[in-house]
Design a protein around this ligand. Structure first.
Ligand SMILES: Nc1ncnc2c1ncn2[C@@H]1O[C@H](COP(=O)(O)OP(=O)(O)OP(=O)(O)O)[C@@H](O)[C@H]1O
Ligand SMILES: [Mg+2]
Length: 466
């Protein structure tokens, strides 16, 4: 629950004390008998709401309101006025007072007005927090057009709905596991709760237990005197993201498993069992199956964490996403660095598409960031991206790299030439792939079906021509 701070400003002692007494059990209340003192105390107490009498000695309520609106526009003000002050009330409302109540004060209507004002504040804060979170996480910008990632997104949307289901995200480095974890959290009914991340790889084994479960005061030397809540407690009613979970030591795995099985734990040095409701999302780029074979990862923990397993495909398995992602990053970085870069050259597009992105999306993002920083022109070139052009044989780059002869006087049979080129590559691909058709098809970026068709046609043609 949010704790609200209220100021009551009224020069009539009975009214001031009456209001303060009624409101004190629910809110932090500070009372003032003049506007100057109240204004002065704002930076110290940072009130959410001010109940402000209009007829005050010295600076009157309307002047005070004007000052508050100017300097602290997020503070709401409810004016308190005698009935005959209607004109002033109108003026105050025009100046941005939230509401007004008339003396003699009916506590019910005052409480109603306060309730409305505080609800407005609560909603404002909520909207602000969500906006900040969205901006921070780039959540609306989850790029994924390929079928394979669309399937992943559909699965995430589905499982995010059930806030207790543990989810294990598996994938190579830089494939977007953390982004997916955030997507799960913010799509779950617990999205207003916290998302707490623990990087299992960066915490030394002996500290892990106290990080996760917290400790009681004096639990160990160096423990803070007041004790400390662990990350599991911090993640109450939200999500606990265990990143690099494959890096947990076996003893840490055992402790985590116990918590997952029982939903309860003890703080280090504590005697009281603590129960916490939180969704555990974990991620790793390690091969957990292989680690289970070698005994480095507990099988029971694997099944506990991975009630739902999400396998994030590598970027090379979803080449359709490369360009949309590259353009998305280009857009972001050109704005960030205030550069007028609008696109990639045709050559750069090809290079991006054919590159083996072993570092996946992170590597692509870094390449684009660097290119935007160092690029001079309006378009990003292959050189800006630091990619190699020779990995990209393409006819569009002119016949130079093919060492093709010039057209002889007698002309050239282009169709024959075309067939010869195709035959050359089909046969070389088969050779390179050791006679494996799907391997050869991949080398030529054809699907298996098309490759077979062309090979068959070539063989038929060759037969006819022989
Ligand atoms: N689908 C996507 N759309 C936009 N940006 C993405 C997408 N996937 C990943 N990214 C960006 O790529 C970078 C790497 O992603 P992330 O950190 O989630 O990867 P990871 O799988 O957790 O990597 P690691 O295993 O190295 O921790 C981040 O900057 C992230 O914002
Ligand atoms: Mg990560």
């Amino acid at each position: 629950m949010i704790n609200f701070t209220l100021f009551v400003v009224d020069d009539e002692e009975t009214i001031r004390d009456g209001m303060a007494t009624v409101l004190a059990p629910q809110y932090r209340v500070h009372a003032f008998d003049n506007a100057e003192a109240a204004l002065e105390a704002i930076p110290q107490h940072r009130p959410d709401l001010i109940l402000l009498d209009i007829g005050l000695p010295g600076m009157n309520g309307v002047e005070a309101l004007r000052a508050i609106r100017e300097k602290h526009p997020s503070i709401l003000v409810i004016m308190i006025t005698a009935y005959e002050d209607v004109q002033t009330v109108i003026e105050a409302m025009k100046l941005g007072a939230y509401d007004y109540v008339i003396k003699p004060i009916q506590m019910e209507s005052l409480e109603l007005s306060i309730g409305n004002a505080l609800e407005t504040i609560r909603l404002r804060r909520e909207v602000q927090a969500l906006q900040e979170q969205c901006l921070k996480d780039n959540l609306p910008f989850f790029i994924g057009e390929s079928h394979i990632i669309q399937d992943v997104i559909a699965l995430i949307k589905l499982v995010a709905q059930s806030p207790d289901t543990p989810i294990l995200i598996l994938g190579e480095t830089g494939t977007g596991k953390e982004l997916i974890a955030k997507a799960v959290h913010y799509r779950s009914p617990n999205f207003k709760g916290p998302m707490v991340t623990m990087n299992c790889a960066s915490i030394p084994g002996e500290l892990l237990e106290s990080e996760l479960f917290g400790y009681e005061k004096g639990a160990f030397t160096g423990a803070s005197a007041s004790g400390k809540r662990g990350l599991v407690e911090e993640a109450r009613n939200g999500s606990l993201f265990l990143d690099e979970v494959g890096d947990l030591s076996l003893s840490a795995q055992a402790k985590l498993l116990r918590f997952l099985e029982e939903g309860e734990f003890y703080r280090v040095g504590g005697l009281k069992k603590i129960r916490v409701n939180t969704r555990v999302i974990s991620a790793t780029n390690r091969d957990l199956e292989a680690m289970m074979e070698t005994g480095d990862f507990r099988r029971d923990l694997y099944y506990r964490l991975g009630v739902i397993r999400v396998a994030v495909p590598s970027l090379n398995q979803r080449r359709d996403d490369i360009l949309p992602l590259a353009r998305f990053f280009l857009d972001g970085f050109s704005r960030k660095f205030n550069k007028d870069v609008s696109d990639f050259t045709a050559e750069a597009v090809k290079a991006l598409h054919h590159q083996e992105w072993t570092g996946n999306i992170r590597e692509l993002r870094n390449a684009v960031e660097r290119a935007v920083l160092i690029g001079q022109g309006q378009q990003i070139s292959v050189q800006d991206l630091g990619l190699h052009i020779d990995t990209v044989p393409t006819l569009e780059r002119g016949p130079g790299i093919w060492n093709l002869p010039a057209i002889p006087e007698a002309g050239i049979d282009i169709e024959d030439l075309e067939k010869a080129v195709v035959r050359h590559y089909l046969e070389s691909a088969m050779e390179m792939a050791g006679g494996n058709e799907s391997g050869a098809a991949r080398l030529l970026k054809l699907n298996h079906h098309t490759f077979r068709y062309r090979l068959k046609k070539l063989r038929e043609d060759s037969g006819v021509n022989k």
